[in-house]
Design a protein around this ligand. Structure first.
Ligand SMILES: Nc1ncnc2c1ncn2[C@@H]1O[C@H](COP(=O)(O)OP(=O)(O)OP(=O)(O)O)[C@@H](O)[C@H]1O
Length: 264
């Protein structure tokens, strides 16, 4: 049993978990049933400010369904998801986004015919809507935000490049940038390095760590080397339930995790 109590682990992000004032997200007894099948089953977990949490687990463990419930795409059957002091269950997706939760899905959903700068610009909340986009003034502030995010996502040299011509990895970064311009407090990322080259994986690890200097992240990932690079703390799901939680070393040494990954 390696589910360590908050405050006892080596990582600094864990120490603050004991303090609810620094908790960004509190999932309590979360369950969702699809025709009687519990894809997520009585799950509780907390995410601290500036924590980079990785969620792992075998196929079908409920990882994507968990993110779907946090961002409002799927309604839980029971349980609670509190973001700061707001109950998210029951809120529509757009309101959850407005409150500061950004979600990136596995496949990039960028506008391939627009440039990198335009993709970032239309993602800024004031620029929403067709007329707003047409008449939207590129204020100095907006330009500054686009440039600083482009710098962070390593696309500063590609602001005028059509998004469709970017590499797969660059498209993934652009989509992360499209979330960052909305200034979310919590980012949910589903397999952000799938299909990336080793170099792009390294760069993405640095990007996620730089984002975690100011925001919290929950990342679903299968690549254990990548998990080791980035994770403050790892949550292992199995058949919808919490199997183990702790540092990467702790969960890798957990006999239940070893059994699930290697025992079948
Ligand atoms: N809308 C739905 N209706 C019925 N079953 C669903 C639905 N969404 C998910 N499931 C089932 O719930 C289980 C968990 O799925 P989920 O996609 O969350 O797993 P995962 O851990 O993300 O898996 P993977 O690593 O393969 O992406 C699976 O058995 C899946 O078939």
């Amino acid at each position: 049993m390696t589910t360590v109590p908050a405050g006892s682990a080596a990582n600094g992000a864990l120490d603050v978990l004991a303090d609810t004032a620094t908790q960004v997200l509190a999932v309590e007894n979360l369950t969702v049933s699809f025709d009687g099948f519990k894809a997520v089953d009585d799950l509780s977990m907390q995410i601290a400010e500036k924590e980079l949490r990785v969620v792992i687990g075998p196929n079908g463990a409920g990882k994507t369904t968990l993110l779907d419930m946090i961002c409002g795409k799927t309604r839980p059957t029971s349980g609670s998801i509190r973001f700061r002091d707001i109950e998210l269950t029951g809120l529509p997706e757009f309101q959850i986004v407005r409150r500061g939760v950004g979600r990136k899905f596995q496949n990039p959903s960028i506008y391939e015919d627009l440039t990198v700068a335009e993709n970032l610009e239309i993602s800024i909340p004031q620029a929403h809507g067709i007329w707003a986009s047409v008449f939207f003034k590129r204020t100095a502030q907006v330009k500054e935000r686009i440039c600083s995010v482009a710098e962070q996502i390593m696309l500063a040299a590609h602001l005028k490049t059509k998004a469709g011509t970017l590499s797969h990895g660059q498209k993934q970064w652009l989509e992360i940038g499209m979330l960052l311009v909305q200034e979310p407090e919590l980012l949910l990322l589903d397999e952000p390095v799938a299909g990336m080259s080793p170099r792009e994986r390294e760069q993405t690890a640095e990007l996620l760590k730089s984002i975690a200097l100011g925001k919290s992240l929950v990342v679903i990932e299968h690549d254990m080397d990548f998990v080791k690079w980035i994770a403050n703390r790892v949550t292992v799901l199995h058949q919808g339930k919490l199997l183990s939680e702790g540092t990467i070393d702790e969960v890798q040494a957990d006999p239940r995790v070893i059994e699930v990954y290697l025992g079948h």
